[in-house]
Design a protein around this ligand. Structure first.
Ligand code: GLC
Ligand code: CA
Length: 531
């Protein structure tokens, strides 16, 4: 069912970099673009061929770059435009692509547009934001408190769906649409190959009506950005807010000319009752979500985004795997479960070495605005200890601790003082240790991604689940023409698994098994071609 354009995109393997925490080249404790450049071979050797860079634009960093003060300039701490040119060049020379993070819903209140807009009701930027004499509704900010903030200078309230420093742009104003088109064009001219689009579903509002935040003109705005001659070839992935297949078709079926794909988030609730509350759950839950989406998306010309981690999410391995004794087994088994499905793989920095969640004993050790807001809220009703347990589990700091390249002080990330504490398990879980181990998660990823790249069955092939819903394991097949592969992923308990057809010796297996049938240890997996 996939169009040619989407077939091409199934060959992309995207590695997500959180630049602030990836690699610091100058010892100021903050990751930067030169740091990313120095690790391009590491990313390429893994088997990724595209990098999604979280926002790297000028920003006062109230929300770590998601508060943009200038879309066409680089954040001071990250480097200069020359560094960016060098990064684009470094990627393209290696045959890799660059995906930038576009934040079209809001700007920093430091942005020139906002600074002008607040001055009065009759300058060219007056209507760039939502201004009201009184809050027209009772919307709350995603990070706590009212979403409406009074501005002394203008004498009116503006909308901020996120922090007070992130003012929502008014897309009803054609000048805003044009301004954002110019931003996209600027980066396309520079050689950017695609965009991840922050909270795309939020951009169209219907104020002062307040039924919900998804206004009727959303699709028109998306097409204005990505349905043009200059942009239609781009790879675009929206951060979505929908689990409805009809809606997803409207956003990203190929013939719509909108987005290439969208992050669907329902499976991200695996292992938790809410963002800060763990729940005992198993790999089975993840399997059921994934299987459901494989089946639903297969009926359309749709690309599914294969991801279980990002910069906003505590690591999945700690929620549904065993991140202690069976960390290697869990990390590799989950990788096979997710990245051999039909879609585009996204690997978050550290996932390829099985980074788990971290743990700290005081709220002072946290940086994330969302965690600090949640801490205050929970402390109203819970003890210090209970609250910290929640924050440790759910904090967005978990994936944002400096990448652990080795176990030394600074973890090979910086020679200075890191902007955020080193990961509490960095001495044990780091790239150097993983690569030196007999069983390396990074090397497993390499083998997996190579297998995927070498066999069309895993990219453009069909998907079929053959394990039963009640089974405590996941077996699926991927088929392209006569080429048929079985992917067998066991869950938490030892199980005997028998395939309904004969297979060759597994081409990939995390515990080195030589036959696809038989007894599987907890979290054991194997991938084998049918005879
Ligand atoms: C998205 C980003 C998140 C950010 C928010 C506001 O959810 O992933 O990191 O805080 O949007 O821009
Ligand atoms: Ca630096």
């Amino acid at each position: 069912m996939l169009s040619e354009k989407y077939k091409e995109f199934t060959k992309w393997v995207i590695y997500q970099v959180y630049p602030r925490s990836f690699m610091d080249s100058n010892g100021d404790g903050i990751g930067d673009l030169q740091g990313v450049i120095s690790k391009l071979d590491y990313i390429k050797d893994l088997g990724a061929n595209a990098v999604w860079l979280c926002p790297c634009f000028k920003s006062p960093n109230e929300d770590n770059g998601y508060d943009v003060a200038d879309y066409c300039d680089i954040m001071d701490e990250f480097g200069t435009m020359e560094d960016m040119d060098q990064l684009i060049d470094g990627l393209h020379k290696r045959g890799m692509k660059l995906i930038l993070d576009l934040v079209p819903n809001h700007t920093s209140t430091d942005h020139k547009w906002f600074q002008e807009s607040r001055k009065g009701k009759d300058n060219p930027y007056s209507d760039y934001y939502y201004w009201f004499d009184a809050p027209p509704n009772d919307w709350e900010s995603s990070f706590g408190g009212s979403a409406w903030q009074y501005d002394e200078m203008r004498g009116q309230y503006y909308l901020h769906t996120f922090t007070v420093g992130q003012a929502d742009l008014n897309w009803e104003n054609p000048a805003v649409v044009k301004a954002m088109q110019d931003v996209v064009d600027f980066w396309v001219d520079k050689g950017c190959d695609g965009f991840r689009i922050d909270v795309i579903d939020c951009i169209a509002k219907d104020l002062p009506n307040d039924k919900d935040r998804m206004g009727p003109r959303l699709h028109e705005y998306i097409r204005a950005l990505f349905g043009c001659e200059k942009t239609a070839h781009l790879f675009t992935v929206g951060e979505g807010n929908t689990n409805d297949i009809e809606d997803i078709v409207l956003h990203c079926a190929a013939e719509r000319g909108e987005l290439s794909t969208i992050f669907i988030f329902d499976h991200m609730e695996c292992g938790r009752a809410d963002k800060f509350t763990p729940k005992k759950e198993s790999l089975k839950t993840l399997r059921d979500y994934l299987t459901g989406w494989q089946e639903k998306t297969s009926k359309h010309d749709l690309l599914y985004s294969l991801f279980i981690e990002n910069h906003d999410q505590p690591q999945m391995i700690s929620r549904i795997g065993n991140d202690r004794e069976l960390r290697y087994e869990s990390a590799t088994d989950i990788a096979a479960m997710v990245f051999l499905l039909k879609g585009v793989p996204f690997i978050y920095q550290g996932q390829e070495i099985g980074m788990p969640v971290a743990h700290y004993d005081s709220i002072d050790e946290f940086n994330d605005v969302e965690s600090i807001g949640a801490y205050r809220k929970y402390r109203e009703t819970l003890s210090e200890e209970e609250t910290l347990e929640k924050i440790n589990f759910g904090s967005r700091d978990n994936p944002r601790h400096p990448m652990a390249w080795n176990g030394t002080e600074g973890n090979g990330f910086t020679t200075g003082k890191p902007w955020l504490l080193p990961h509490s398990r960095a001495a044990e879980v780091n790239v150097e240790n993983d690569l030196a181990a007999d069983r390396s998660i990074y090397r497993f990823y390499q083998e997996l991604l190579k297998l995927r790249a070498d066999n069309d069955a895993f990219t453009t092939g069909d998907f079929e689940v053959i394990s039963a819903p009640e089974d405590d394991f996941f077996v699926f097949i991927r088929t392209a023409g006569d080429d048929k592969w079985a992917v067998v992923c066991n869950f938490e308990e030892e199980r005997n698994i028998k395939l309904p057809f004969e297979c060759e010796e597994p081409a990939l297996s995390n515990l080195g098994r030589d036959t696809a049938d038989g007894t599987y240890a907890p979290y054991e997996c194997a991938v084998a071609r049918a005879r």
